[in-house]
Design a protein around this ligand. Structure first.
Ligand SMILES: [Zn+2]
Length: 267
């Protein structure tokens, strides 16, 4: 690990009065969830024996619930079971520790739909899930912007139903070409973030595992025009507009920064 860069990152975090955590798929890899770079890696592992990789395109399109509800729910039921088993890793806890020492705490902006920041102890009103959440369901039609907590997959019927109109239900996360995605919850989260951002005078952005294949998180982090710490395990993707670039897996790098913070604190 690049000691100078770790020291620089630690210094930026110490000087900040708030953290803005921008997390992509690489943050969840250490929780045992496969990275879904380009939408392929994660989904490939979720295919049933009689489903083919060439069909993946169909199962990641918004219209899949309309086109073939049974197969779509076999696929996403498995995705939910995988996410239910995965738990946040120690890196989420380290970020929470750092945030608790800041006068304005932290705000999280993540494309991860697994709900791990909330599970790790971050307040739900301090999180934007820009692609929605696998822990919530919506009407597939949708008949209304109503969203409700997902039931455990062990208790779920094969085809979950909308609580309001009885049509098919689906997870409230964004697929490709997906006009039926109910964006209301994510929009409310974005509004809360904008309100919060008026407070901190000197925030630092920590961007973690945000790739170029689905660049939304990365574009968000850069658009803030604040000191930016980038953590990425892809050598080709580490470069760009970061103040400090740290090449490595999320958990490893966060632990290195935490050790440096503790070392300086002890002096
Ligand atoms: Zn409905």
């Amino acid at each position: 690990m690049d000691t100078k860069a770790i020291q620089h990152a630690s210094q930026l975090i110490r000087q900040a009065d708030a953290l803005i955590i921008a997390a992509g798929a690489g943050m969840s890899v250490d929780s045992g969830l496969p990275d879904f770079r380009g939408s392929r890696g994660l989904w490939t592992t979720l295919l049933h024996e009689d489903m083919h990789e060439r069909d993946l395109h169909a199962w990641t399109q918004g219209r899949c619930f309309e086109a073939d509800p049974t197969q779509a729910w076999r696929f996403y039921g498995e995705a939910l079971r995988v996410c239910e088993k995965a738990v946040p890793h120690a890196g989420h806890g380290l970020l929470l520790d750092w945030a608790r020492r800041k006068p304005h705490g932290a705000f999280v902006y993540t494309s991860n739909v697994d709900g791990h920041f909330e599970a790790a102890g971050f307040a739900p009103e301090r999180i934007v899930e820009c692609h929605g959440s696998i822990r919530h369901f919506q009407c597939a039609r949708p008949c209304s912007p109503h969203i409700w907590p997902a039931m455990p997959m062990s208790d779920a019927p094969l085809l979950p139903r909308c609580r309001r109109c009885g049509a098919l239900a689906r997870p409230n996360f964004l697929l490709f070409s997906d006009p039926a995605w109910v964006v209301a919850r994510t929009n409310a989260q974005r509004l809360r973030m904008e309100t919060w951002r008026a407070g901190p005078r000197n925030p630092v952005v920590i961007e973690i595992g945000a790739g170029l294949a689905l660049p939304g998180v990365r574009m968000f982090a850069q658009s803030l025009r604040l000191p930016l710490i980038r953590v990425n395990d892809d050598a080709a993707e580490i470069h760009g507009a970061a103040t400090v670039a740290l090449h490595g897996r999320a958990l490893d790098v966060l632990q290195d920064i935490d050790q440096e913070l503790a070392r300086v604190h002890a002096q």
